[in-house]
Design a protein around this ligand. Structure first.
Ligand SMILES: [Zn+2]
Length: 239
């Protein structure tokens, strides 16, 4: 069994994700490798993603059988990647999908946070937040990014403001925005320790296929690892 301390060391480094938003926008980002699609598992039980789910290990890793062996997926890393790419696409094409709150929340902002709202108002809006002044240092939040619907609106908003401040000054705006979106994706993604029902695992695999996550060398922390049938044979001295 892997200890918690080892898992903690594996926390992702968001800044390694892709390149800056400006480059992405101009189509400068190249795919790291030509696709080498995973061969489908030939079984009538499996769905479109072509993998046979074996199960979840340690509420963190999804084990699947492919036609080429054993595939292990880090559920948080995979989901976070999917959400990050989705958020980035939405942001670049206008605005991130938002969710109107039934009960708008009021937050009291510090002087530093008020400055950030002033400076990054447009970006905050594009990220799916609808805010308006409510007298003094108070703001009313009436919508949040749709994927944040299970989170407290004020907590999410304050966290995003904190991200804007974390690297002010030296950082270029593009990578600053990426860090904010990456943080949003991390918060909304399934966690290490979440027990996933089979339907959720199926949906995750389907979305990974659609996003081509199986055929590209991942940036930063690996999302999956394939153990080929041959390697497994060799471990057991079979030929
Ligand atoms: Zn994360």
């Amino acid at each position: 069994m892997t200890g918690r301390t080892v898992l903690d060391q594996l926390k992702p480094k968001h800044q390694v994700f892709v390149a800056e938003i400006g480059a992405y926008e101009k189509g400068k980002i190249k795919q790291p490798e030509p696709p080498t699609p995973l061969p489908a598992f030939n079984d009538s039980q499996v769905r479109g993603h072509g993998l046979k789910i074996i199960g979840q290990y340690d509420n963190l890793y999804i084990f699947c059988q492919s036609s080429d062996g054993l595939l292990v997926i880090d559920q948080h890393a995979a989901h976070e990647r999917l959400l990050f790419e989705k958020l980035k696409k939405q942001f670049l094409h206008g605005t991130i999908a938002r969710q109107t709150l039934l009960f708008p929340e009021t937050v009291e902002l510090s002087v530093a946070d008020l400055q950030k709202v002033e400076q990054y108002g447009d970006e905050i809006e594009k990220m799916g937040f609808t805010i308006r002044e409510f007298g003094g240092a108070s703001y009313v939040i009436s919508s949040i990014p749709a994927l944040g619907r299970n989170m407290s609106a004020s907590e999410l908003f304050l966290d995003i403001l904190e991200q804007f401040g974390a690297s002010s000054g030296s950082k270029r705006e593009g990578s600053l925005l990426e860090d904010v979106l990456a943080s949003m994706a991390c918060k909304a993604a399934v966690k290490a320790g979440d027990k996933l029902p089979t339907e959720e695992i199926e949906a995750l695999l389907d979305n990974m296929v659609k996003a081509d996550l199986f055929s590209h060398c991942p940036h930063g922390r690996p999302v999956l690892k394939n153990f080929s049938a041959n390697d497994i044979k060799k471990w057991f001295h079979r030929s």
